[in-house]
Design a protein around this ligand. Structure first.
Ligand code: ATP
Ligand code: MG
Ligand code: MG
Ligand code: MG
Length: 492
């Protein structure tokens, strides 16, 4: 029997439910509940935070959770985890993905967690052991943390070859909730897609040949206010495995986009575009650019569907602003690179519901609403683009023939009034052989910033020209920020 995505998802949950007594808890919506520090749910752990911290309402069902498993809808397109810029350029980061996870809250710990994971991957899914690499925490002198030899020994005793058990430091193998709070060493499982050479050197190198599939976090410390780490009396396990990456492995593919989670969507995109069929190329030439556009559109429409179904609509701040950015990127890639007509994006929604609706029935229930919202927002953006082009044309007509730079004030007004990011303005001007007065724009941005921090009681003096500096920062300042430029994202 073939490993369809559906079967992979079901097998995971069944394994933990039936073989190891976990309780299945459905995915929470992607809009976080009661956690203002979070734009989107970005890991399976999010909904279980109260259990982990021992502060779940004692009358709630959650308070009784000891072993749970699920597949969680996750979005990493803004805030702490932001994979937006990688999407389409590589074949294994998405803005929306599903995270399979199992948890122990004060129940089992390292031996059981590693044993379950290994048995599932090699025994149940049948992945050859020699394609898997595992990592463990190498210790950190500065924090006085010892290496996690225990985990190393566990992997060895499970039969993993010593050459494939690799130590890494704080950055890769120590997880912390935040400045203070829970933390501990983690162990990650990586899959070697090539197999005929020593892949150890590629682990954690962000190579498409060796891809991280599963992260097992062992929470055994609490970081105190004074920076010290206090060992916890009760330890917990938090794991997360990307479903799309696992399905890629099990379907013998090299790219998440070549699995049944994406191929129907790519064909649907092809049907409504003027581009040649998707052929999986990456790279900077024209063909690579078209295939990247396919990946971006496929990724972004999934994200739009899931978010809108969960009540996050494209808008002006926070998660809504991020989603607007996602929508605008999808529109530009689809209309400009793939030359799909207006309305093409919305026409993909039923295909997304078809692929994911079994696991997340709200996608079926909300199909019409999602299509409507995508269409309305697309139309608005296309009309802003048109309006922006008119403003640019009129300004250029009025300009003195010897002028070399486009006036900052007009660029600023496109930004403020039509929500254009400066890179979009740049791109539109480049098409006309003109560049914007960058210094002038920076001056205006600095003035605006000064004005803002004064009116907010001096919120800080970090960087100017905020648009060039990342979404999270802008959000905290309440400045609208939108990205619409396929070229920009591509070149970077
Ligand atoms: P990477 O190093 O590849 O960015 P990560 O270390 O940020 O992954 P974790 O936070 O450890 O990821 O999440 C657990 C698992 O979720 C990863 O092992 C991976 O399989 C999957 N995953 C993480 N980010 C993404 C993403 N953007 N798209 C698809 N799967 C992802
Ligand atoms: Mg990451
Ligand atoms: Mg990683
Ligand atoms: Mg990881």
């Amino acid at each position: 029997e073939e490993f369809t995505a559906k079967r992979v998802r079901r097998t995971f949950v069944d394994f933990f439910e039936q073989d190891y007594g976990h309780r299945f808890v459905p995915s929470s919506p992607v809009r976080p509940r009661g956690d203002p520090s979070l734009l989107f749910v970005n890991a399976g752990m999010n909904q279980f935070k109260p259990v982990l911290l021992g502060c779940a309402d004692p009358r709630s069902e959650m308070a009784s959770y000891r072993r749970v498993a699920n597949s969680q809808k996750c979005v990493r397109a803004g805030g702490k985890h932001n994979d937006l810029e990688d999407v389409g350029r590589d074949v294994y980061h998405h803005t929306f993905f599903e995270m399979l996870g199992n948890w122990s809250f004060g129940d089992y710990f390292k031996v059981e967690a590693c044993t379950m994971a290994w048995r599932l991957l090699t025994g149940v899914y049948g992945i050859p052991a020699e394609r898997l690499y595992v990592s463990y925490f190498s210790g950190d002198a500065a924090s006085g943390l010892p290496a996690d030899q225990e985990t190393r020994q566990i992997w060895l005793s499970l039969g993993v070859h010593p050459d494939r058990v690799l130590p890494f430091g704080m950055k890769d193998n120590f997880w912390e909730m935040g400045e203070t709070g829970r933390g501990g060493p983690c162990t990650e499982i990586h899959y070697d897609h090539v197999g005929d050479r020593n892949a150890a050197a590629l682990v954690n190198m962000d190579s498409p040949d060796v891809v991280e599939i599963w992260n097992l976090v062992f929470m055994q410390y609490n970081r105190e206010g004074d920076g010290s780490l206090r060992p916890l009396p009760q330890c917990s396990v938090d794991t997360g495995m990307g479903l799309e990456r696992l399905v890629t492995v099990l379907q013998g593919k090299r790219s998440n986009y070549d699995t049944d989670l994406f191929t129907p969507l790519l064909s649907a995109i092809h049907k409504c575009s003027k581009a040649a069929a998707y052929s999986g190329r990456t790279g900077g030439d024209d063909e690579g650019r078209v295939d990247m556009a396919y990946r971006v559109v496929a990724d972004h429409i999934r994200t739009l569907c899931v978010c809108i179904a969960d009540g996050v609509y494209p808008g002006m701040s926070g998660a809504e602003l991020v989603l607007r950015r996602v929508l605008r990127r999808a529109v530009r890639f689809s209309t400009e690179v793939l030359q799909a007509p207006e309305g093409a994006l919305a026409s993909l929604v039923p295909t997304v519901a078809h692929i994911l609706g079994d696991a997340y029935p709200e996608l079926h229930a909300e199909t019409d609403r999602i299509m409507e919202i995508v269409n309305v927002n697309e139309a608005q953006f296309l009309s802003s683009l048109k309006q922006g082009r008119r403003v640019i044309d009129r300004t250029l007509d009025k300009m003195d023939g010897s002028a070399v730079e486009f006036p900052a004030s007009v660029a600023w007004s496109l930004h403020r009034n039509l929500g254009f990011r400066f890179d979009l303005v740049d791109l539109m001007l480049e098409e006309r052989g003109m560049t914007v007065d960058k210094r002038g724009v920076e001056r205006l941005a600095a003035e605006r910033e000064k004005f803002q921090s004064q009116s907010e009681g001096g919120a800080g003096e970090r960087g100017l020209h905020s648009d060039l500096q990342g979404l999270a920062e802008l959000q905290s300042r309440g400045i609208p920020h939108t990205d619409d430029s396929p070229k920009y994202t591509y070149v970077l």
